[in-house]
Ligand binder design. Structure first.
Ligand SMILES: *Cc1c(COP(=O)(O)O)cnc(C)c1O
Length: 350
């Protein structure tokens, strides 16, 4: 029996403690509520509707996403969070038997999916400043995955860098994971128009405050999206719930609220950067809703443990090259003030 089972080492998400008055800065969630229209939908939702299966093509949601990005609906794929979208992409696009490429320091789910599907992979090293070395992506490969801005580093790579990698890889699929792009300077969405082997992935979990609803999507060429949908419908033909379709569509409609939230978080991020710098932290310049920082004297583990005692949760990765860093999600101004004050006290005690 044991020989018939697929064994994998699962991805480990950040913990989800459930405590009153905790400050949760460990999973890059948004500190602000979703758009007010989302609450209206939830408040007036008719349970009766749940008798019926949802739209298999997630119609209303796909139409809103297509309108937002000014593309046809058949270039949009939606999934249960971008993790679902990415997992199906790995299954659909990486079948050559050649190794796929992604950086050694990036979203730690990529190697888990590759292992799950038995896709060989190589992880070219980011340089000492956590920057991509484009030359590393000019070797033979079965596909490329780049998070931009990257996680957990927060580093943004220019369109020039990304496009130079795409130019050298026109016969494989290149996935650009833009989970944090709304907090950054530019999107690579135009590259998905220009190159039919490029797919851009987005999520509602961070900038749209809907991590709990699980909505993600991808935009690519018709051929790539069709291939993805064919795999999807061979697996689960009603992935999105009636509620997530409606809530997702509603969230897109309120652009003003969305922009206000994103701007608030960016402002708080810049404040937090300045405070951390004053306290002796160094970090690559973040273009996301988190900061990836290490202290000049005190170890990340010490700060992590001490914060934890105060019910302040940040993320620490016990991984090569980054085990002295903490990934700190940007919360509200008040949360970040409390966080900075606690860090100050911790540093003074060392
Ligand atoms: C958060 C995150 C995701 C997954 O987000 P979902 O909640 O599944 O939509 C994907 N990629 C990166 C880089 C992320 O940080």
């Amino acid at each position: 029996m044991k020989d018939n089972i697929r064994y994998v080492v699962p991805y480990v998400p950040g913990e989800q403690p459930d405590e009153k008055n905790m400050i949760k800065l460990n999973t890059n969630e948004n500190p602000y509520p979703p758009a007010p229209g989302v609450k209206s939908i939830l408040d007036s939702y008719s349970a009766e509707e749940l008798r019926l299966y949802p739209s298999p093509v997630s119609k209303d949601l796909v139409e809103e996403i297509a309108a937002l990005h000014k593309v046809d609906c058949d270039r949009v794929f939606v999934g249960v969070g971008s993790d679902d979208v990415l997992a199906l992409m790995f299954l659909t696009y990486f079948n050559s038997g050649k190794p796929i490429l992604f950086p050694d320091i990036t979203y730690s789910f990529y190697d888990v999916w590759a292992d799950l599907y038995r896709i060989p992979y190589k992880r070219p090293k980011l340089d000492d400043n956590f920057r991509i070395v484009p030359e590393d992506y000019k070797q033979e490969n079965g596909g490329i995955v780049i998070a931009n801005p990257n996680a957990p580093t927060g580093v943004f790579e220019s369109q020039e860098t990304i496009e130079s990698i795409i130019e050298a890889n026109k016969d494989v699929v290149v996935i650009i994971d833009e989970a944090y792009v709304d907090f950054g300077p530019a999107t690579m969405m135009s590259l998905a128009d220009k190159y039919d082997n490029v797919v851009v992935v987005r999520t509602f979990s961070k900038s749209r405050s809907l991590a709990g609803m699980r909505i993600g999507y991808a935009i690519g060429s018709k051929a790539l999206i069709k291939a993805l949908n064919d795999v999807r419908y061979s697996f689960n033909s009603y992935p999105m719930t009636r509620l997530s379709i409606q809530v997702g569509a509603e969230s897109i409609k309120d652009e003003k609220y969305f922009n206000e939230c994103v701007e608030k978080i960016k402002k708080t991020r810049e404040w937090t950067k300045a405070e951390l710098k004053n306290l002796g932290f160094t970090f690559p310049d973040s273009q996301t809703n988190f900061i990836f920082a290490k202290h000049e004297k005190v170890s990340a583990v010490t700060i992590f443990e001490e914060l934890r005692k105060k019910h302040i949760y940040v993320r620490h990765f016990n991984a090569d090259r980054i085990d002295n860093y903490l990934r700190i999600t940007i919360g509200t101004d008040e949360e970040m003030k409390t966080f900075i004050n606690e860090v100050k006290e911790i540093l003074e005690r060392q």
